[in-house]
Design a binder for this molecule. Structure first.
Ligand code: KIV
Ligand code: ZN
Length: 509
């Protein structure tokens, strides 16, 4: 067995910082449980001081999700650290992850501190965190734009104060592989007691180099990598966990490291995260994109038929993409349906399973074949429900060649029924305008997309929207055999998320 590279998943914290990706505590629990099945070593569950919602989600994950270290993020101050510990203390393996910026631009413009004050805060925070738990990680935010002697000094002092992991983030995705490797080597070679701590790396993808930088850092001595499922995260995202893991596995001949990841659970985890966040995976995305294992050109098809290895460097089954021969339809029973859910990463309680199965039966009665995407829609509609402040009761839309499109909609709002009608530029516009009038929320539609989910005119259509209100973005999904109804459901879903988030949103400097 080769040395293990620890996998620190930050989908629920840094990943959630993707525009529109906010998740409810229930959704976070579902993802955290799947991350345990994937067998990540550390789950960064959130930033407890950020909001009540974040705190509760982290606390529930610490209470309910066993089998991985649970980390809570905290700025380098006592209040944040105390709050983080309050949330993670229920875990069998709690980790406090504290950070402060170390680059000249962040120190001067954002923190408005002197460099020596930054060091003081970092050391005090690590010492304080150590009172609560033995596992303390310290991150030097914007490390790759920091001065090396300063980095060395702050890391040395936090290690002396008790930090067990030190993280060297490329916060703005600025570094390149050779330079990053140089920074890691310099720190490892010059820190006294470097062998006693784990060097961690955390890369953002602004130049499309997050995975390359991470791999380069591993070669240079990093033994923990921080990443997100599907590479979601701020701006261009974080390093994609599945790409790093599969690069290490596929090129073991070159790297000679292992991870604890059960790679067959990669695809179900990716699907789950995409479904819950509403952030779809691009078709050509490495490892988990729809086209990642498809061969289009004649030459390639011919080669693959003769010997798969001609054009395939990994087997799709290794990442959990199976050619499933079971087609679900109206004759399918509980067993086949359950198998499919498990394949997709859903581990439902009996009550939720029955709800989903009843919805499946209703759809199966209407359609001959129930496709994978229909299953996604069933789960989104029936299980991943957020608190329903608004509910669509009735919708009637009029449109055609010679009529001005209009919509009449009845909604329940805080248990009160409201009926309104409005005109629009098209049927979807009319429906959205009516919903806005009913709810009195003047939000902006940022993106709208319809997935004709399966073949045939009886297919369920899935609509995804992203809306913006007061600078905050949230997404919503809805599915129905009628595209206009699906659109209205998606919009209402986004408004429910918005209303939930507005109660929980706090901006941190
Ligand atoms: O990108 C970053 O610097 C971070 C830190 C909080 C680790 O996310
Ligand atoms: Zn980050």
């Amino acid at each position: 067995m080769s040395e293990i590279i620890k996998i620190f998943d930050t989908t629920l914290r840094d990943g959630e910082q993707s525009p529109g990706a906010s998740m409810t505590p229930d959704e976070k629990i579902i993802i955290a449980k799947q991350l345990v099945k994937l067998n990540v070593d550390i789950i960064e569950a959130g930033f407890p001081i950020a909001s009540e919602g974040d705190f509760n989600a982290v606390r529930r994950i610490a209470q309910e999700v066993k089998g991985a270290e649970i980390a809570g993020l905290a700025r380098a101050n006592r209040e944040d650290i105390e709050r983080a510990y309050e949330a993670i203390k229920y875990s069998d393996m709690p980790r406090i992850h504290t950070f402060i910026a170390t680059s000249p631009i962040h120190i001067a413009s954002k923190l408005k501190l002197k460099p020596e004050e930054v060091i003081e805060r970092a050391v005090d925070s690590v010492k304080f965190a150590k009172k609560f738990t033995s596992s303390v990680e310290f991150s030097a935010e914007d490390a790759t734009r920091s001065e090396l002697p300063f980095l060395l000094e702050i890391f040395q002092k936090v290690i002396d104060a008790g930090a067990t992991s030190i993280n060297i983030p490329d916060t703005v995705g600025y570094t390149v592989p050779e330079e990053y490797a140089g920074i890691i080597k310099y720190l490892i070679n010059n820190i006294n007691g470097a062998e006693k701590v784990i060097f961690s790396v955390h890369c953002h993808n602004d130049l499309g180099l997050a995975v390359a930088n991470t791999l380069s850092a591993i070669k240079a001595g990093a033994r923990q990598i921080e990443a997100t499922i599907n590479g979601i995260g701020e701006r261009a995202g974080n390093a994609a966990l599945e790409e790093i893991v599969m690069a290490l596995k596929t090129r073991k001949d070159f790297y000679n490291y292992d991870t604890n990841i059960i790679t067959e659970n990669i695809f179900p985890t990716s699907k789950l995260v995409s479904q819950i966040t509403g952030i779809s995976v691009q078709p050509n995305k490495a490892i988990i994109g729809k086209n990642a294992f498809l061969h289009e050109s004649g030459i390639h098809q011919d080669g693959v038929l003769k010997a798969k290895e001609t054009y395939e460097i990994m087997k799709p089954e290794t990442v959990g993409i199976t050619k499933d021969n079971i087609i679900l339809g109206k004759h399918s029973g509980r067993h086949a349906f359950k198998d499919k859910l498990v394949q997709f990463g859903y581990d439902l309680s009996n009550e939720d399973f029955e709800k989903a199965f009843n919805a499946f039966k209703k759809i199966a009665d209407k359609k001959k074949v129930v496709y994978d995407e229909d299953i996604d829609a069933i789960i989104a509609e029936n299980i991943l429900r957020i608190p329903q402040r608004y509910e669509l009761k009735y919708i009637n839309v009029n449109s055609g060649t010679f009529v001005k499109p209009s919509a009449t909609i009845e909604m329940m709002m805080d248990d009160k029924s409201v009926l309104k009608a409005a005109f629009g530029d098209g049927p979807v516009d009319a429906a959205f305008k009516t919903i806005k009038e009913i709810t009195d929320i003047d939000c902006k539609l940022i993106t709208y997309s319809v997935k004709a989910i399966t073949g045939g005119t009886d297919a369920l259509g899935e609509v995804s929207v992203r809306i913006e209100y007061n600078g905050k973005q949230v997404s919503g999904q809805g599915a129905d055999t009628d595209i206009i109804v699906a659109s209205a459901k998606a919009f209402v879903n986004a408004l429910n998320r918005l209303s939930y988030r507005l109660e929980n949103w706090v901006d941190l400097k």
